[in-house]
Each structure stands twice: as structure tokens, then as C-alpha cells.
Design a protein around this ligand. Structure first.
Ligand code: DGL
Length: 265
């Protein structure tokens, strides 16, 4: 089916999921919206995250999307269930795929989760992990400093590593062997996070896992596009298109997209 896949995030973070989708399903067309203007969502009250997410969803629905990907952990934690109940297309979030991947990898069953304040306070990962395995130990830590660094494109600045290290200090004596990057912005800081945690800890990029899950769902629901990709992917941002484009070009291997600033009414 030629209809596009809709994806949303509070900003550029969802591009970590886009990259996987482009790699794993190169014939699928993506319509992405990042609410950069109102990013971060992490510290906002749940009701506000819910309202903003619905605005993004309504925008994407005007593109006749065949599937919706909530490429934002915070929005997944707050509105996924409601969206799945309300829409008549498949709606996929990023928390369940990250959970499954972590449980596959861990040996000690001591798992760390990092995310925005919203995601961590919602306890969504803890619940999702415990639902599958009651004996798993979960240590969750909010890292509110990370998203602004990523949105500014400051990945390579020297002080970034110091900030990352400081935020991860609560894991120092926890002896976890797996760490879930429970925010789609965080894989852009993967190198620094890995360095701070040490080589023995496996990082789980929920975006990567979600990419895998999407192929299965599209195939299962008979929604795969079997024709060649026509035209370009479309990336919309409510913020500065040049900044968005700069981060997209650093992160994505392909250049087959157009970026446009929009205003949500
Ligand atoms: N990238 C988002 C997430 O996965 C949200 C970051 C934010 O807006 O705080 O949670």
C-alpha cells in the first residue's frame, strides 16, 4: 500500500526511529512532524502532552497515513492507549519494543532506564518490564539535561560528556548490565552515554527496536508498500527548519527528504 507512514516527536529525537525505518523499509514514505517550538515535552504536565500530541496526530492524519508511529517516549507513556483506541489505523509506540529488547539482552536482570521526567514519573518502563518479568530489578533515572543538548545540536562539545556523566551518576553502584535509552533523543548522545557507563553495559536504542517492530506489523497487516518509493519523505517542524535540517543531515544516511516549517493552528 502506497500511503505514507506518519511519525511524530516533540522535536528531532524521532529521527532516530526514522533512520531505522529508512534502512529497514526503504520503499516506505515517511511524513514526520517534530514539535520543536514546544520541545521539551518531558517536563510538561500530562494533560498538555496529551493536547499537543493530538494536534500533531490531527496534522498527520491530513496526509492519509496508513500507520502512526509515536516516536516519542513521553507521548507514548501518556497517550498511546488512547490513540490506539481512537484511530482506525495501527498505532505503535516506542516503549514496548525497548522493553522487549532489554529483556532479551540482560543476563543479570538488573536494568537501568533513562528518560524524560514525564516518562520516568509515568513509570511506563517499569510497568512494561514487570508485566513480562516480575523478577527484574529496574532503576529509573530522569535526565532532563539531555534533550536541550540534542535540540541545540551540541553533541560534540567537550562539556557535553561532563553533563552526561553527572546525570548518570545514580547508576554508579547499581550494577546494571543493560540501559534502556528511554527517550528518542538519547541515541544522538549514545557515544557519550556508553563512555560514561562503561563497555559492560549494553545500551538499548528503542528507536532501532521500533523499526523492527514496524516491519512486522506492516507485513502482518498487509500494509507494506511493494512499489518503488515515489517522491521524497516530508519532515515538518514547528521550529526552525534550518536547525532541524542540520541535525537531520548529520544523523540520517539518506538525503531523500524535504524539510518545512509549519504552524499548527
Ligand atoms: N524525544 C522524546 C521522548 O522520547 C521527548 C523529549 C522531550 O520533548 O522532552 O521522550
Amino acid at each position: 500500500m502506497k500511503r505514507p507512514i506518519g511519525m511524530l516527536d516533540s522535536g528531532v529525537g524521532g529521527l532516530t526511529v526514522v533512520r531505522e525505518l529508512m534502512r529497514q523499509l526503504p520503499k516506505e514514505k515517511i511524513i514526520y512532524i517534530g514539535d520543536t517550538l514546544r520541545c521539551p515535552y518531558g517536563p510538561r504536565p500530562f494533560e498538555e502532552v496529551r493536547k499537543f500530541t493530538w494536534e500533531l496526530v490531527r496534522f498527520l492524519l491530513t496526509y492519509n497515513i496508513k500507520m502512526l508511529v509515536i516516536a516519542c517516549n513521553t507521548a507514548t507513556a501518556v497517550v498511546l492507549d488512547e490513540l490506539q483506541r481512537s484511530l482506525d489505523i495501527p498505532v505503535v509506540g516506542v516503549i514496548a519494543p525497548g522493553t522487549r529488547a532489554a529483556l532479551k539482552v540482560t543476563r543479570s536482570k538488573r536494568i537501568g532506564v533513562i528518560g524524560t521526567k514525564g516518562t520516568i514519573h509515568s513509570d511506563a518502563y517499569q510497568k512494561s518490564l514487570k508485566m513480562i518479568d516480575n523478577y527484574v530489578y529496574v532503576k529509573s533515572v530522569a535526565c532532563p539535561d539531555f534533550v536541550p543538548i540534542v535540540e541545540r545540536g551540541d553533541f560534540h562539545k567537550k562539556q557535553t560528556f561532563e553533563i552526561v556523566k553527572k546525570n548518570l551518576l545514580p547508576f554508579q553502584f547499581e550494577e546494571i548490565d543493560t540501559l534502556i535509552l528511554g527517550c528518542t533523543h538519547y541515541p544522538l548522545l549514545q557515544k557519550q552515554i556508553q563512555k560514561a557507563m562503561g563497555r559492560r553495559v549494553t545500551l538499548i536504542n528503542s528507536g532501532e527496536e521500533t523499526g523492527r517492530e514496524l516491519s512486522t506489523i506492516l507485513q502482518y497487516s498487509n500494509l507494506l508498500n511493494i512499489y518503488a518509493l515515489e517522491g521524497k519523505h516530508k519532515f515538518f517542524t514547528t521550529g526552525d527548519a534550518a536547525m532541524f535540517e542540520k541535525i537531520a543531515s548529520q544523523w540520517l544516511d539518506e538525503k531523500n527528504y524535504v524539510t518545512q516549517q509549519i504552524r499548527l493552528e
